[in-house]
Structure formats: C-alpha cells, structure tokens
Design a binder for this molecule. Structure first.
Ligand SMILES: Nc1nc2c(ncn2[C@@H]2O[C@H](COP(=O)(O)OP(=O)(O)OP(=O)(O)O)[C@@H](O)[C@H]2O)c(=O)[nH]1
Length: 313
C-alpha cells in the first residue's frame, strides 16, 4: 500500500496547478513539481538534489530565505505578503513574470530532520483585476469631483476644499481669500450665439483662468452655471486684488466676441467679488462666501468687467 501511495502523492504534486517545492533540512531541493518546471524553464534533472539558493540565487537573504529558515529551524509557517513580494521567483507565462503568493510550511518527516514545502500560486489575474478596480475607482473619484462640462473642480470639490482650507487657515493663523468670478451678460451671450457656443465659452474661460493658478493649494471650481469660485489660501486682500485684476485682464485677453456685452470692448468679460478672512478676524465659511457674493453683486452694479471687495462679517 505504502509503495503505491508515494508515487501517487508525487503524481498529485505534479498535477496541481500551483508551484510546489520541497526542501530537506539542508535546503536541498527534493521535489520540484511540473508546474515549476513549466514556468521556470528548469527541469527536474537541473534542480533535484541541488542547494535551493544555487538554483534561485536572487532569493538568498530575502523574505523567502527568512521564511524557509523559520519553517526548517523554528517550525513556523509563513505567508509572504503579496504587496512586499510581488514576484519573488523567476516564473513566467508567455514571457510575463507571474505575480505570486508564496507560502512556506514546515513538514515533519519520519526518521529525518524537518523539511519544508514552498507553495507558489499564480495570482496575476487577481492582481490585474485589483489594479483595474483601483484605476476605475480613481477615475470615478475624479469624476465625482470634476465638473462635467469644463473639467475643472465641481461644487462638491469646492465645498470639501473650502472646509479643509478654512480649517487650515484657522489652525495656521494665515489669511484666506475667496474670489467669485461671473461672466458678464452671459444670458445675452447664450441668446445671441446659442447654447453650444455658450458652453464653448465656459470651457475656454474655465481653462484659461484655472491655468493661472500656480500653487498646489489654490483651487478654481465651477460654482454655478456661469459662475466660478477661486480659493486662495495664504492670500491677503492686497494679493487677492492683484490676482483678481490679472484674472479680469486674462478673461478679456481671450478676445471672445460678445456683441451683446455692454462693455465697450464687445468681448467676453468677467466681474469678480473678493472676500478675505483676516488672520485677526476669523469668520464662518458661509460669511466668507456671502461677502464674496455681495462683492460680486457690487462689481456688477458698478458696471461689470470690474472687481469689488467686501469684508466678511
Ligand atoms: N451655455 C450655457 N449657459 C449656461 C450654463 N449654465 C448657466 N448658463 C446660463 O447663464 C446665464 C446666466 O444668466 P444671469 O444669471 O441672468 O446673468 P447674466 O446674463 O450673466 O448677467 P450678469 O451676471 O448680470 O452680467 C443663464 O442664461 C443660464 O442659462 C451652461 O452650462 N451652459
């Protein structure tokens, strides 16, 4: 019976679709199954009886080495973390290195010192699927925070960023400015040139103004239909004024014709409202937004293509 069982066991080991290697207590290879032959390109004859680290020199001193020592000398099994050991063995499928999960288990052997079994599973499909899912999640996340028309940050992104920057400004004792930017007479633009041209105008203005932001914490978002908001951390009133003037000028420089604009240029122009939270006078977010809105209204009332500033109360 025993004489039948050994060849049967060996056949089973060779038939399984994962890598199986058995090492004796001297770390010599006593079993190297067909899966290993197929994917390593090393035949039984080339490996059996040889020192494991002569066959796989790259693994010497690494995590697989430590796991083998644990199994042989401390009788501890190990499961190697996949994130740290993506593909320790040089195993390939169609010239692609196989992503691996490796398990090292001590094995008690009758009348001989302990051996160990190394199991290598191909997890390439799972790893690829996981990577794809992660990428899809990132795309979805960026879509959730991006405006569908202009591609800049949307209102939700603005709300999250505003909360964060407001907290940061309070904690760090730094000023925080908010700009509300609105295209002048945009209803008339749509009526005159059509909604599609209106969309193109929004895309062009959004891209040009967003490009002006150079610091990583600055954010431009589409706040409403034809209204944009800019969060400028660590920016005081004077700096915000300079930025707003540069934005106003940039919008006009785009030279988008707007025959129905009351501005003499007959080009698309923007009005801008500024509100700044001073270091010595912190306010709630709503108060800051309210002040920027009122300032924008003031700029419109004063004639458009203008900038106005309000103190948040
Ligand atoms: N094409 C286009 N138009 C939009 C979009 N969102 C809002 N609008 C239009 O923007 C216009 C905004 O008009 P109003 O709020 O009356 O203001 P306005 O005509 O820009 O005038 P002032 O702001 O006072 O200078 C409306 O006609 C909206 O239909 C959009 O995504 N695409």
């Amino acid at each position: 019976m025993t004489s039948l069982r050994l060849p049967l066991l060996e056949s089973v080991f060779c038939a399984v679709s994962l890598g199986a290697i058995v090492l004796d207590s001297e770390r010599r290879i006593v079993l190297w199954n067909s899966w290993m032959v197929k994917h390593s390109g090393l035949s039984h004859e080339q490996v059996l009886g040889r020192d494991f680290f002569d066959v796989c020199p790259d693994l010497r001193g690494g995590r697989v080495d430590a796991a083998i020592q644990h199994a042989l000398y401390n009788n501890f099994p190990s499961l190697l973390s996949q994130t740290l050991n993506k593909a320790p063995f040089a195993l390939f499928v169609r010239e692609e290195r196989i992503q691996q999960a490796v398990e090292v288990t001590p094995i008690a052997v009758d009348a001989a010192p302990r051996h160990c079994l190394i199991q290598v599973s191909d997890v390439s499909i799972a790893v690829t699927r996981e990577k794809l899912l992660r990428e899809q999640a990132m795309v979805l996340r960026s879509q959730t925070f991006a405006d569908g028309l202009t591609g800049i940050a949307n209102r939700r992104h603005f709300d999250v960023a505003m909360e964060k920057e407001h907290r940061r400004a309070k904690r760090g004792g730094t000023p925080l400015s908010l700009l509300m930017i609105d295209i002048d007479h945009f209803k008339a633009y749509n009526d005159h040139y059509g909604h599609q041209k209106g969309d193109q105008c929004l895309i062009q203005v959004a891209a040009a103004l967003a490009e002006m932001l150079k610091r990583p914490c600055d954010l431009m978002a589409r706040y409403g239909g034809e209204e944009f908001a800019m969060i400028l951390p660590e920016t005081d009133v004077e700096q915000a004024m300079l930025m707003a003037e540069a934005i106003r000028a940039r919008a006009q420089e785009l030279a988008i014709p707007h025959e129905r604009n009351t501005d003499a240029s007959q080009l698309v122009t923007v009005s801008i409202g500024i509100a700044t939270q001073r270091v010595d006078a912190p306010v709630e977010i709503d108060a800051l937004i309210g002040a920027a809105d009122r300032a924008l209204y003031q700029a419109k009332r004063n004639g458009r293509n203008l900038i106005a500033s309000m103190l948040p109360a």
